[in-house]
Design a protein around this ligand. Structure first.
Ligand code: C5P
Length: 421
């Protein structure tokens, strides 16, 4: 308990309690957060008031409960802007379909939705609703929109629901939410737990996944190098999602300026040759995902001295081809991962090139994305991808890279089961 008391010491949580039967679990959540040293202020929506009372929330938080956008008392004591900004983290539990829809669309017609719009802090949502409401395309759209806007999610979990149906939609348990709160406060790169049954925290438990990410730097001389615009965001997001799905992940990354994902084994490399060596050392694996933008060529005969200008003509280099890591892993006769996934960043004839790449590289799946000018994929935060395999093409809408990562990990888990059963 002593350790639990330390973990959230002094952290300020604003808890928004929406209207769902799961609101009773939020009372326990308050207790768990306070046990760990957090200060909790609560906002209760009008619908939430149908399930729990302001008195129980006030007793448990030790603070007045805020309910009304136009409360003169509240506004003179602590205005709603201040309320939304003085917290370190906003937690919405239960996050109902209605609250999510309002937040996704920027509505602000009550205190809870106004706070969500006015805040400059991270928002963690713990959805709770009927399974059909959760799977409704409108809720899926709203969740994707919220994720793209930077909101974090915990759950919902699968199970029996108060309405007698079964499926995804149960609010995560208070201690799981406490874990998510702790991670959200600790890490910039934390990707919240995936939301659906196929993506729950155990689909890759016990599996080994090796992922390449980022660009490679190919030296020209001791201070200069050839590189590309890859940020590593997509590969790192996949690594994070795979770790969250329970896998043992080795992430082999070229030079990037984004933080390491949490809970993965990192191998940092510079060149394509280093990357190949690190991949070989990380094998065997169940899944290999080549998301790195590996330089196709390197400069032959890089010297130990810096090249000098002044002779009139610029230096000339001979470029030689780098090893193709994806093709190499795909063609391993012993110890080939059961599932090998490559990426195709193309500017023209996207699907034709991706199909050709699938055959040429001998991999099981190609994730094709259009990187022509204006798409903002290279270095950006969203991506439109097409999954090309022997079975055909599956196209996904524009998604943020975290969501692409979650869906891809889920897809890989399914394909792995098909291939190994
Ligand atoms: O050949 P191209 O670079 O278009 O293929 C892209 C795919 O191949 C990506 O999955 C990338 O990570 C992988 N690749 C590789 N080693 C290389 C070049 C590309 O693993 N030398």
């Amino acid at each position: 308990m002593a350790q639990a008391e330390q973990s959230l010491k002094g952290r300020k949580i604003l808890l928004i309690v929406g209207g769902g039967i799961a609101a009773y679990k939020s009372l326990d959540l308050v207790r768990r957060l306070r046990e760990r040293g957090a200060h909790v202020r609560a906002v209760l929506t009008a619908a939430g008031r149908q399930f729990i009372t302001p008195l129980s929330l006030a007793s448990l938080t030790g603070n007045p409960v805020h309910e009304d956008l136009f409360s003169l008392t509240d506004e003179t004591e602590m205005g709603h802007i201040e309320l939304s900004r003085s917290a370190d983290l906003i937690v919405v539990a239960p996050a109902t379909a209605d609250l999510m829809a309002k937040a996704a669309n920027g509505l602000a017609n009550d205190l809870a939705s106004t706070l969500l719009l006015a805040t400059d802090k991270k928002i963690l949502l713990a959805p709770a609703m009927n399974v059909r409401m959760w799977h409704h395309p409108a809720t899926t759209r709203n969740a994707a929109r919220l994720r793209a806007d930077g909101a974090l999610f915990i759950g919902p979990a699968d199970g029996e629901m108060a309405c007698g149906e079964f499926g995804a939609g149960r609010m995560s348990e208070p201690l799981e939410i406490v874990d998510a709160v702790t991670q959200a406060l600790q890490s910039e790169t934390w990707i919240p737990l995936p939301a659906t049954a196929a993506q729950n925290g155990s689909v890759l438990r016990g599996r080994r996944v090796v992922i390449t990410s980022g660009p490679t730097h190919e030296p020209i001389d001791p201070v200069r190098y050839i590189a590309n615009r890859s940020s590593g965001r997509q590969g790192h997001a996949i690594a994070q999602a795979a770790a969250r799905a329970g896998a043992h992940v080795t992430l082999i990354s070229g030079p990037v300026s984004i933080p390491d994902p949490v809970g993965v084994e990192m191998r940092k490399v510079e060149t394509a040759q280093d990357m190949l060596a690190a991949v070989e050392a990380a094998m065997p694996a169940d899944i290999f995902i080549a998301a790195a933008a590996v330089a196709d060529w390197r400069v032959e005969g890089v010297g130990a001295s810096k090249l000098k200008k002044g002779s009139g003509a610029g230096p000339s280099f001979k470029l030689i081809e780098n090893p193709d890591i994806l093709a190499h892993v795909s063609s391993l006769s012993a110890g080939r991962p059961a599932l090998v996934v490559g990426f195709a960043a193309e500017t023209d004839h996207l699907l034709d090139n991706a199909r050709a790449k699938l055959a040429r590289k001998g991999c099981d799946l190609i994730v094709a994305n259009d990187v022509s000018t204006g798409t903002d994929v290279m270095g950006g935060t969203s991506n439109t991808v097409h999954l090309v395999s022997q079975d055909g093409v599956e196209s996904w809408p524009l998604l943020d890279k975290d969501e692409v990562a979650r869906r891809l990990v889920s897809k890989c888990a399914e394909l792995l089961v098909e291939k190994t059963s």
